[in-house]
Design a protein around this ligand. Structure first.
Ligand SMILES: [Zn+2]
Length: 94
């Protein structure tokens, strides 16, 4: 009788562990979805690798700030207008 009860409790702990794994996976998916656009917004047009921020040219009058990015692999450069968003998210993600 004690053994049957022990086996039942063992099964319950396994079910709880599976529930924790499912919960952790759900949280991870939410975090990755929130963080990924910021990192993958500037992919190299030639090789698709993430580009490195090189320099910024300050905003001047009506002209927006310009930011230069470089691909370390194929030396492709990209110059983009930088527009701060009202919701606090930085950069053009269009
Ligand atoms: Zn590249």
């Amino acid at each position: 009788m004690v053994r049957i009860l022990r086996d039942f409790l063992k099964d319950e702990s396994a079910a709880a562990a599976i529930e924790y794994v499912i919960l952790a996976t759900g949280i991870a998916v939410v975090i990755i979805t929130a963080v990924l656009p910021a990192n993958s917004s500037r992919a190299c047009r030639t090789c698709g690798r993430p580009m490195r921020f090189v320099t910024a040219i300050a905003k001047f009058g009506r002209h927006p700030e310009l930011r230069t990015y470089e691909c370390g692999q194929c030396k492709e450069t990209s110059i983009e207008e930088w527009k701060p968003r009202e919701n606090g998210v930085v950069g053009p993600f269009d």
